[in-house]
Design a protein around this ligand. Sequence first.
Ligand code: SF4
Length: 182
Amino acid sequence: MSATNRSGNQKIKLATVWLDGCSGCHMSVLDTDERILEVARRATVVWGPLVDAKEFPHDVDVTLVEGAVSSVEDLHRIRIVRERTRILVSLGDCAITGNVPAMRNKFGAYAVLQRAYLENATLDPKIPTDVIPELLPATRPVHELVPVDVFVPGCPPSADLIYSVLSDLLEGKAPQPAAKFG
Ligand code: SF4
């Protein structure tokens, strides 16, 4: 923890990560409205969709992860995030169960690419071999690949639940049992 707030208290380093999700969980974080100012008072956001940084930082206190692990790139990212994060939070049902992205699992990765880039393409149908990350054979929830400390369910989780969990974590307390499993 490096920065301090106006009261001289140390601010925690907070990150948010977006894997295979629709961004709805991040929108729900923003739905905390003016309460986000309280979060900003107690935490420095060091990584997320609105942070201009090239590399996931070291020594992050809390990371919220939206989305499932669907690609080789997702897997690489979540392993780095886990290594550099003290408390990893699966935020939302895609991160916790696979949810919507995992609906492709019964068809296989190639069927998804075929549908998107061959059957539905009207111009130059071709499955790209670069630009898009290589898909894993199946979409997996985050905790099946790296240890997760806190689970916050919902699609998306409510802003009230997110704020409750964040408040507890920022105060160094364990979140309420409803938001913590295993
Ligand atoms: S849990 Fe729901 S809101 Fe969150 S990323 Fe998945 S589909 Fe979107």
